[in-house]
Write a protein that binds this ligand. Structure first.
Ligand SMILES: Cc1cc2nc3c(=O)[nH]c(=O)nc-3n(C[C@H](O)[C@H](O)[C@H](O)COP(=O)(O)OP(=O)(O)OC[C@H]3O[C@@H](n4cnc5c(N)ncnc54)[C@H](O)[C@@H]3O)c2cc1C
Length: 416
């Protein structure tokens, strides 16, 4: 870690932070450091996700998600090809399991066309079963652009590029304080007007930087507040739990099988995913976590729970979705209920055919009106950029998001 002043400190060594650092350094020679709280990259959302390269099927045409997913997806396939990172553009099917779901599948197909997907094909139930012999459906949509990869491997490769371009990655640096040099606290600093450097510290260590990029995922709203910015949203952690098909039952799923999602939620519903490293995962569900990095029901933080429970938007959301929330909790606590959901897609999956296998926690931004923020949210403040909502498909979109933030930084930062 250098004692000189960095031009940019990126907070967060997930795929978004590291991709941003890489994009900045590919267009600009500057002193940049990535500060990561844990002892490795991709320790949270990035390293605990489904490993799916999304096609761009689901997102509102013209939204940041739609644009960044489509361009980021192709850029990512090309990057993996160039670096020799394993991937498989294996495609997926979205299946309607009852006639009532067919209009929603039609809508999805329309969205996919609006987002420029060329590889879609509507399939009859018979055609779908030629591809996935054990699936239950009345109608299906094949999406060939979808694939699988290991996002931790991608993040590590991005970090290799960052270091090759003169950037630094520092581990075990959990940002716990931040102020303008000369100002005692963030509140006194008057960040909007001050042009002095930032002092960023973590348990006895500190660095100085002219500009800050906040890519802290589950902690991004806290980091924004620490910087003196009002994030305008609250991060609510939603855990996604996975089961794995036993080795003997892997034949039940060949590729990826998804349900038609409920359009009221930003989550896709439990599905089957073939993993690039082998094995078939089933999940993730979506339960409110009791801690930001709460990977099981045993992980509890009163402080984290208080921050969302005292936020007005939380209770507005809870009033709207309490019944779905209870159903998700039931499915989390009862393997039987989880398996029942899976049987909706593949009826032959039995209780003993799946075993628990980990979880990831989504950093979902919630507005004061109780609405879950659907699109990516990246905001600028004086010498700062805050990534305040980067849920799925941000891993797929990471190259494109990185380039978007790099363009903001080139426009608005004090860079030599
Ligand atoms: C269960 C699940 C399944 C998903 N499936 C997919 C998928 O299949 N495809 C897809 O494209 N996307 C998927 N996503 C979404 C995707 O994983 C995220 O959008 C993406 O990883 C976000 O990356 P990030 O860098 O913003 O966040 P993170 O990966 O969470 O990185 C943030 C980093 O900031 C660090 N940090 C936090 N606080 C501090 C601090 N104070 N100081 C320093 N560092 C700090 C953390 O340690 C962490 O490493 C999924 C997410 C989940 C949870």
């Amino acid at each position: 870690m250098s004692r000189e002043v960095y031009d940019i400190a990126v907070i967060g060594g997930g795929i978004v932070g590291v991709s941003t650092a890489r994009a900045i350094l590919s267009g600009q020679n500057c002193r940049l450091v990535v500060l990561e709280a844990e002892d490795r990259l991709a320790a949270h959302q990035t390293g605990n996700n489904s490993g799916v390269i999304h096609s761009g099927l689901y997102y509102k045409p013209g939204s940041l998600k739609a644009r960044n997913c489509v361009s980021g997806r192709d850029a990512l396939y090309a990057y993996c090809e160039e670096k020799g990172i394993p991937y498989d553009r294996c495609g997926k099917i979205v299946v309607a399991t009852s006639p009532e779901e067919i209009p929603r599948l039609d809508e999805l197909e329309k969205r996919g066309r609006a987002n420029g997907l060329q590889g879609m094909k509507r399939m009859s139930a018979e055609e779908a079963r030629e591809r996935e012999p054990h699936v239950a459906c009345v109608d299906a949509l094949l999406v060939r652009e979808t694939g699988i990869m290991d996002f931790t491997a991608v993040t590590e490769a991005f970090a290799g590029d960052v270091r090759a371009r003169g950037g630094e990655t520092v581990f075990g640096f959990r940002v716990s304080g931040l102020r303008r040099a000369g100002a005692a606290t963030a509140a006194q600093a008057g960040f909007g007007r001050d042009s002095s450097d930032f002092v960023v510290w973590s348990e006895g260590r500190e660095i100085r930087a002219k500009n800050i990029i906040n890519c802290a995922g589950l902690q991004c709203d806290r980091i924004a507040r620490l910087c003196g910015s009002d994030p305008g949203v609250q991060i609510v952690p939603f855990r996604g739990e996975y089961y794995e098909l036993t080795e003997e039952k892997r034949y039940l799923v060949k590729h990826l099988i998804y349900p038609v999602p409920d359009p009221r939620f930003p989550f896709l519903g439990v599905h089957f995913t073939r993993m690039i490293g082998g094995g078939i995962e089933a999940g993730p569900n979506a339960v409110l976590a009791l801690k930001r990095e709460g990977y099981s029901w045993r992980d509890i933080s009163l402080n984290d729970m208080l921050t969302y429970a005292t936020y007005g938007g939380f209770w507005k959301m809870a009033a709207k979705f309490w019944n779905t929330g209870f159903a998700e909790v039931h499915r989390s606590l009862s393997k039987k209920a989880f398996v029942r959901a899976l049987q909706g897609l593949v009826p032959e999956v039995g209780f003993d055919d799946v075993t628990r296998c980990g979880a990831g926690v989504r950093a979902q931004a919630l507005g004061p009106d109780g609405k879950l923020i659907d699109d990516f949210r990246i905001v600028e403040d004086a010498n700062m950029i805050h990534v305040l909502n980067a849920p799925s498909p941000a891993a797929t979109s990471s190259i494109s998001i990185g380039e978007t933030i790099a363009a903001m930084a080139h426009r608005n930062f004090r860079l030599n």
